[in-house]
Design a protein around this ligand. Structure first.
Ligand code: 5AD
Ligand code: SF4
Length: 466
């Protein structure tokens, strides 16, 4: 952070400049929450730090979804203890906070295992962060706040910092009432909550005014969103998408993460009617076996997923799908796994995330009999990932030679390069001017690499005046 160029002599002194380092694990929602925590702390004088070493405050924004994710937090806390001690010996102070879902689920364990942590706060209490920082700088001992408060954090957080860049995230929904057998989200993020229409549209307009060309709507169960409109009516997600599509300058809209049960007819139809809605949808299915889907409490059969995939592709022929899979849920037999493999072959995915089932304390599946042996989970995961990787490669290779619009986000890795995203979210790089950042320009895709595509620029297509 730099100080103002010419401070006014009688102005209230700016708060002391301090540096904040946030490390974020997990989903896009956590990425969004980290930006909101930075927004909340900015008025206290905190600006971004590049490393924990140069920071006056470090926040670990954590993920509890799988065991590995939460274990990483504890090993990071071990390293930060050394840093904190070194700083204290040099007469400096470092406030250490653990936020996010590990904080929510394991607050007491954190203070027991890592008493050098100053603040533990759950995802619903970020608006209380400034007060907790003030208390932590005075008091000894950890401040813990993992309530699900009655007040809504969205009403109490300051307006979002509008300059997120060409691709912005906007949380419209939080929490989950679905209680899948394996999942901690209903316990860490609480009950489903939908933000009202007016707040979402206002935030979207601010983001676009600040340079966003693409907005990804976020929610743990985003297509279950049902928000109150100013006239008291309740809108569903499709209605909100039509309203967002009217915002001048907003060229691309996405939403994630969806549940198959909430893919209603109007939402599927919207994919054929709203050109700004990108032809790529992340729709976790978890398993292709009806028996396992029932054990997971997913509330639908494989058939529903097949039907949704077909209808989405009818509505929007260039639609590509992404999904999440879990192998080795308790009770999953070899035949159940074969049903998952069959679903993957039949549907075809452009991208997918797959995980070995990991028992999470307090979730129903953790206590179920017939846990699948680790070696069997490993074998199933390998088999699944080989096919998913092949499908991803095929999808990327099939794009080569096509002409597509790219939203340019900034410089590429090499000098003279710019980087951007296709409508299907693939990273793209091409030789081109840095001024293209924030604009959409057409390319021919020329080569597919494991995680990106190369392209040559064809023309610059201006969707709004620069
Ligand atoms: N074990 C393995 N994978 C899990 N996921 C959620 N909980 C677990 C668990 N206990 C996966 C699901 C979900 C994604 C975000 O993480 O596939 O969609
Ligand atoms: Fe977790 Fe299931 Fe809710 Fe998704 S729908 S957040 S997997 S409980």
């Amino acid at each position: 952070m730099t100080s103002p160029a010419s401070p006014m002599p009688d102005a209230v002194p700016a708060p002391q400049r301090k540096k904040l380092f946030i490390r974020t694990w997990g989903c896009q929602m956590n990425v969004y929450d980290s930006t909101r925590m930075a927004d909340v702390l900015a008025p206290l004088g905190y600006g971004p730090a590049e490393t924990p070493e140069e920071a006056d405050m470090v926040i670990l924004n954590t993920c509890h979804i799988r065991e590995k994710a939460s274990e990483k937090v504890f090993s990071d806390l071990g390293r930060l203890r050394l840093l904190k001690t070194e700083k204290e010996q040099a007469g400096q102070k470092m406030v250490l906070a653990v936020a996010g879902c590990v904080a929510q689920a394991e607050g007491a364990e954190i203070t027991a295992r890592a008493p050098w942590v100053d603040i533990v706060l759950g995802p619903q209490t970020y608006h209380r962060l400034p007060e907790m920082v003030a208390r932590a700088s005075r008091a000894a001992g950890a401040q813990i706040d993992t309530d699900f408060p009655v007040e809504q954090k969205f009403d109490l957080l300051p307006e979002v910092n509008a300059n997120q860049g060409p691709i912005a995230f906007l949380t419209i929904q939080e929490g989950c009432d679905k209680f899948c057998s394996f999942c901690v989200v209903p316990y860490t993020r609480g009950a489903e909550f939908s933000r009202p229409v007016a707040a979402i549209l206002a935030e979207a307009r601010r983001l676009v005014a600040g340079g966003a060309r693409e907005i990804a709507l976020l929610g743990q169960n985003v297509n279950a969103w049902h928000g109150e409109a100013p006239d008291g009516a309740t809108w569903s997600l499709s209605r909100l998408l039509y309203a967002l599509a009217e915002i001048d300058g907003l060229a691309r809209i996405r939403y994630t993460t969806s549940h198959p049960r909430d893919m209603d007819d109007a939402l599927i139809e919207a994919h054929g009617r709203i050109p700004q809605l990108m032809p790529f949808l992340h729709l976790p299915v978890q398993s292709g076996s009806d028996k396992v889907l029932a054990a997971m409490n997913r509330g639908h059969k494989a058939e529903l997923f097949y039907r949704i995939a077909d209808r989405l592709r009818e509505a929007r022929p260039d639609m590509a799908l992404s999904s999440d899979f879990i192998v080795g849920h308790p009770g999953e037999s070899a035949a159940d796994h074969a049903a998952t493999m069959q679903l993957v072959e039949k549907v075809g995915f452009a991208l997918a995330y797959s995980f070995k089932y990991s028992p999470r304390p307090g979730t129903p599946a953790a206590g179920q009999p017939f846990q699948v042996p680790e070696a069997e989970k490993d074998a199933r995961l390998q088999e699944l990932q080989a096919v998913l990787r092949r499908q991803q490669d095929e999808f990327n290779r099939a794009c080569v030679g096509r002409e597509v619009d790219i939203l340019w986000t900034g410089p590429g890795r090499h000098p003279g390069q710019i980087a951007g995203r296709t409508p299907w979210l693939q990273p793209v790089h091409a030789i081109g001017p840095a001024e293209l950042a924030g604009r959409i320009a057409r390319v021919r895709l020329t080569a597919a690499h494991p995680n990106s595509l190369s392209a040559v620029l064809l023309e610059e297509k201006e969707l709004t005046p620069a």
